[in-house]
Structures are given as C-alpha cells and as structure tokens.
Design a protein around this ligand. Sequence first.
Ligand SMILES: Cc1ncc(COP(=O)(O)O)c(C=O)c1O
Length: 209
Amino acid sequence: MNARELERAYALEVFPKRDLTIVRGEGACVWDDEGRRYIDCVGGIGVASIGHANPAVAEAVAEQARVLVSCPGIFYNDVRARLLAELVSIAPAGLTGAFLCNSGAEAVEAAIKFARLATGRTGIVSAMRGFHGRTLGALSATHKKEYREPFGPLVPGCPRDHRSADRRSGGHADGGTGRLTLRADSAIRPGSNGRSRGRAPRPRQTRSR
Ligand SMILES: Cc1ncc(COP(=O)(O)O)c(C=O)c1O
C-alpha cells in the first residue's frame, strides 16, 4: 500500500485531506511523491517557520538525541536552562518567565490555567473567528461552532464574542472574569471596537486585564 492507502486504512482521521503526499522539504519548499515542488505557504502550519531541513536545526536535533533524548521537568537540565534564559532575554519587557510545551493547544491550555490561577476567576473571552486548538479548553475558546459542537459540554464561561460578553456583564464575561485575550488568526480582521484596527496580523496569544 502507498502512503495514501496506509493513512486511509489506519489513521483515526481528524482532518479533511488534500490529495497530495508530501515527502520532503527544503527551506520554504516541499516536494510530493512524484517530485513536484510547492511553496509551503503555511510553514508546516507555523511549525517550520525557519524552513524545512534547516541544516543547523537538523544538526542540533541529532546532536541532542545523541546526548540526552528527554529530561522531565522534575530535574534541572543544562540545555533547557539555556533555552529558557534565551527566550526570556528576547521576550517583551515584563515577561520574566517561559513555559515550555509541545503544541499550540497546550500553550493555550496553559494560558487558561495560568489566568485562572493568577486571577482566581474563570471567564475567558476570545476573539471572534479565532482558532485556538482542538483540546477541550482551547476548543472552548475557538470560534467555529462546527469544531466545538460535536464535543460539548466544553469549558463553561468562554464566550467567543467580547461584545456579547461585555453586554451581558458590563465588561466582564461572568461578572468577574480575568480577561484572557486569545488573539490568533482572527487578528487579520479589523476589530469591531477599533482597538485592534490596523495592527499587524501576528499570530499570538496575549493576556490582559
Ligand atoms: C492560532 C492557533 N492557535 C493554536 C493552534 C493549535 O496548535 P496545535 O495544532 O499545535 O495544537 C493553532 C493550530 O493551527 C493555531 O493556528
């Protein structure tokens, strides 16, 4: 069986697929199994933003795999320590710590939990048309009902429209929410309240009160 047949046979499929088998990449390009080249306009959906088969990345990954494959958070680790320090050194002023995780959805889950811990409140307001991932918390903040509705009940207190949240509670989603603004793909659309109008479309999650 070829790749398409194997995936069709064995994957618990969650994505509608393009009829294309991608087998390798270099820089901003990827190739299919028939040797056709494409420009990867999604950067591996944000994962390969510094290019495919980047020699420095490949070498660093291989080198680390030869030294230590994984180090759980219950121990200190020299390489992780350097990464954390480097991340904080280039982060915007006021961000003094970093949380390392494996996916966008995990980052959103962490943001929701950090916000709950920091504020003691549970309401989450996310931007209209935003996509935040497919885990239950991230899904609760995701706009498209086609993604959410088959999986309810989701996390309560997550209106996906700040205007309805504001209307209901005079500014707060549940009358006492810590506002976590999850701003992602929706940032390419002008905000209805003028605050985000004209901003560059940078995918990001930000927290504000
Ligand atoms: C804006 C945004 N947030 C979160 C996610 C979820 O990321 P992941 O697929 O790594 O869990 C995505 C994935 O496409 C995304 O585009």
